[in-house]
Design a protein around this ligand. Structure first.
Ligand code: GFP
Length: 826
């Protein structure tokens, strides 16, 4: 590569420099003037201006990656829940003050423009948000990394409530313009689907070899869109590359040649559907095939892109493992394994063993669940129809793998059946987690307990076979977005106390520990919390028309709506409080006033989850309308919880609800965000709660509920939820209120499915943990009555949670899995 041309100078890092650049954008890119510009014009001009400040860093980073060819990381993820980009870019480029001042000098309030940004909701929950935290940390740590994913035209649906029930609206996040993305149609990739495979003889005479080729039945194009991933003030900007599907060009011709417009439009729609919508997890089998198309589409584009665009032309693919680790974020991208085999064997002429040697060293797999139903399987007829060559390759990988299992186990056929990549029952299908585990150099869980349970239960046979393959990396969250940006008050206080360095070295929060005993510090800490509560009050009033009282304890449960996460346990607690007040069992004066805030979306096809949302809203309405109860208890359930709301909600919270049944939540990351922002956790010994509790200490964490072994033993012995109903008066009264229509205008059938599910099956043991949860809530109340002791605990939560930085997670991945290079800051 020749010397790159010198870059045009980055705009001056001054107020005047910023104003000039901004006006230029407004005039030349938006084609408008200050007096006429709409809010959206202003927002787009601002975003592009900020982008210019990062551009030189981006180009330099990318060029350096290409020139040095360092060992890098490619994060393959079907989801990235990015949140708004503007603020993050402003902070990364150290432009917050300059931008605010520059805009003010033009009579514009930066805060108004922030509000104009629609966040890209390209993920469902924790898994997608984790991917966003990870790419932030990788950029901040100067690790050469690229994120690959899908540019869904519609992200996670916009949630509204009608009569308390969830109604989904499309998320049209691209409509106002997408100033953070750069389309590169010239780097489009062609992806095949369907068709058949055929054998042929390659070469002549002695050199002749029999090979297989795939003749796809139809093709689509993948167009890459690049997004900047700025490191925090280290001069680096990495890339996130998201793929959008298009119909092939050949097909445009067809329109003219045959005049078959209807057919042409149909196939165009078919092709473009692939990146149309984000599929909500846990949904019904409908659209399943489209989901497999999405998965193959984005990994095929990404592998092709990595090989063609990021490696030099003369690169010897035998050396691929020295250059890259493809991290499989859950099973969604696992079809990349047979795709790389296909490229190496069918296109590059590798023999099978050589290709396998390269492939198995290029991948690592992260599992994010413990629920068996969340481990993806694809019926072989679906997979074979869509990707016939890949199915052949999977069969061969499996044959060779099972031969080894037989060899080691002395033909233990039961073991062979359990470990096979192909399941025979109920329908012949491919177990993607098994394929991933067989292929990966390393398999990791996302918290200590989760990794342990993967080894002991979910993938136990594999862990015995390859103990060295299994490792743990506890999740983390980025302190840039979730402390520095979301909680400016606390950030200021921390910086004043211990200096700036904590933003990129979160372990330094430990230095705050002595200040927990400093009355003045605690007072200021409480002041910050109060101010954050007022920010939340404003947001909910403006956004949702919800009124909350900042003088109450803010008790928050935000996460996907899923039965294992147990939003029902929380609402049963609310109902119990309501019942005790209404029945005169307790006087309102004796209760700590609290506002319970929920935020949760239910997968559109998940009927029970939607019933639970309706129940929460109905209980909230009754509680809020009751003259006595509402003095001390309110339920707020703002619709459409997303990253933007989290950024105001998390810093305001007093109490963090992490109440899943032990052994079901792989890690949780919300739990980390709350602890880092000084909320105390009420939680079970599940996922990363275990590590949070160990670090912050038992005195500063409200533990309750069964442990994982206890829950497992109880299930084994035959769990009978109705026995708890019979024994426990509070529980009986709470469930009876629901069953008798207290929250449904007297209608007994409305919530019958929820009640009968709890009494009959209660798969996630809500009733078994109910009393223990109530007891823990009493301890919460007692603790909250002593503001000084409470804020001491809160400060200690902050000081001791530095471990949960995603920078630490990235260091662990680097040491245990990737062994990628770290470049010096620029
Ligand atoms: C999933 C798991 C969580 C875990 C995240 C990230 O998130 O326990 O923290 O992945 O590893 F369930 P959700 O999609 O459930 O939010």
């Amino acid at each position: 590569m020749t010397e790159p041309t010198p870059l045009i100078a980055t705009p001056e890092h001054t107020v005047e420099g910023f104003v000039r650049e901004y006006l230029r954008e407004l005039n030349f890119a938006q084609g408008t003037i200050l007096e006429r510009a709409s809010v959206n014009d202003h927002y787009l001009a601002l975003a592009r201006t900020v982008r210019h400040y990062l551009m030189a860093r981006w180009i330099t980073t990318t060029t350096e990656h290409y020139r040095r060819q360092p060992k890098a990381v490619a994060y393959l993820s079907a989801e990235y829940l990015l949140g708004r980009q503007l603020d993050n870019a402003l902070v990364a480029a150290d432009l917050e003050d300059i931008a605010a001042e520059a805009l003010a000098s033009l009579g514009i309030d930066l805060a108004d423009l922030r509000e104009a940004e629609v966040e890209p909701g390209l993920g469902n929950g924790g898994l997608g948000r984790l991917a966003a935290c990870f790419i932030d940390s990788l950029a901040t740590m100067s690790v050469p990394a690229i994120g690959y994913g899908i540019r869904y035209e519609y992200g996670i649906f916009r949630q509204t409530f009608v009569d308390g029930r969830q109604v989904e609206k499309p998320d049209e996040w691209l409509v106002g313009g997408a100033p953070w993305e750069f389309a590169h149609p010239e780097h489009e990739v062609t992806v095949g689907f369907g068709g058949h495979t055929e054998r042929y003889v390659d070469g002549e005479g002695d050199d002749a070899v029999e090979r297989t080729r795939w003749v796809p039945g139809w093709k689509v194009l993948g167009v890459p869109y690049n997004y900047m991933v700025p490191g925090y003030r280290n001069g680096r900007v990495n890339t996130l590359r998201l793929w959008s599907s298009r119909a092939t060009h050949a097909f445009d011709l067809k329109i003219f040649n045959h005049g078959d417009y209807a057919e042409a439009v149909r196939s165009r729609t078919f092709a473009e559907n692939i990146s149309k919508v984000l599929y909500p997890e846990d949904s019904t089998p409908q659209g399943k095939e489209l989901r497999l198309q999405q998965q193959y589409f984005f990994v095929a584009c990404s592998l092709r892109d990595f090989i063609n665009q990021l490696l030099p032309e003369d690169f010897d693919l035998h050396d691929l493992p020295e250059r890259i680790c493809f991290q499989l974020n859950d099973t969604h991208p696992v079809i990349a394994v047979p795709e790389l085999m296909r490229i190496l064997v069918d296109e590059e002429g590798f023999d099978w063993d050589e290709a396998w040697e390269v492939t198995r060293r290029c991948f690592a797999y992260t599992c994010h669940t413990l629920l068996p139903e969340a481990l993806e399987v694809w019926p072989v007829d679906v997979l074979g129809r869509l990707l016939p060559r890949h199915l052949e390759i999977i069969y061969r990988i499996n044959d060779e793998f099972l031969a080894r299992v037989r060899e080691h186990s002395g033909d233990d056929e039961l073991l062979v059946r359990r470990m096979s990549i192909i399941a025979e029952h109920p329908a012949r299908s491919v177990r993607m987690a098994h394929l991933a585990t067989v292929a990966a150099t390393k398999v990791n869980g996302v918290a200590e307990l989760h990794s342990q349970l993967l080894r002991d239960k979910v993938l136990a046979d594999f862990a015995r076979f390859w103990p060295e393959k299994f490792t743990n990396v506890t999740n983390g969250v980025t302190p840039r977005r979730f402390v520095r940006l979301a909680n400016p008050g606390l950030s200021g206080l921390i910086t004043e106390a211990i200096g700036e360095g904590w933003v990129t070295d979160l372990d330094r929060l430990r230095d705050l520990e002595p200040l927990a005993d400093d009355a003045e510090f605690r007072r200021r800490f409480r002041e910050v919390k109060d101010a954050n509560k007022h920010r939340l009050v404003d947001l909910l009033a403006r956004r949702d028309g919800i009124e909350i009282d900042p003088g109450t304890m803010l008790d928050v449960m935000v996460k996907r709506l899923h039965e294992y996460k147990r939003q029902t346990l929380k609402i049963l607690h609310v109902i119990t409080l309501y019942d005790r007040i209404v029945s005169g069992e307790v006087a309102v004066e004796d209760l700590v006033p609290r506002t319970v805030v929920f935020g949760a979306k239910a997968a559109p096809g998940y009927v029970m989850a939607k019933e639970i949302i309706a129940l929460i809203n109905h209980v909230g309405a009754v509680v809020g309308a009751h003259p006595e109860v509402s003095k001390v208890l309110r339920v707020a359930f703002p619709a459409n919880y997303n990253v933007t709301v989290a950024e105001t909600l998390v810093p305001a919270a007093d109490l963090s609800e992490q109440i899943s049944l032990a052994g079901k939540e792989a890690s949780g990351t919300g739990n980390m965000k709350f602890a880092l922002n000084g909320a105390l956790t009420i939680g079970t010994d599940d996922g990363a709660n275990v590590e949070i509790r160990q670090l912050v200490g038992d005195d500063h964490f409200f533990l309750f509920g069964l442990t994982e072994p206890e829950a497992a033993a109880m299930q084994e012995a035959g769990y009978r939820p109705s026995s708890y109903y019979e024994k426990n008066r509070s529980l009986r009264r709470a469930l009876d209120l629901v069953a008798h229509g207290e929250f449904s205008g007297g209608n007994r059938s409305t919530f019958e499915p929820v009640v009968s599910n709890l009494l009959g099956e209660d798969r996630f043991m809500v009733l078994a943990d109910f009393q223990s949860y109530l007891d823990a809530q009493e301890r919460v109340e007692a603790a909250y009555r002593d503001p000084d002791a409470w804020s001491r605990s809160a400060v200690l939560n902050v000081a001791r949670s530095g471990f949960f930085s995603s920078d630490r997670s990235m260091r662990d991945y680097m040491d245990r899995i990737w062994h990628a290079e770290v470049l010096p800051p620029l």
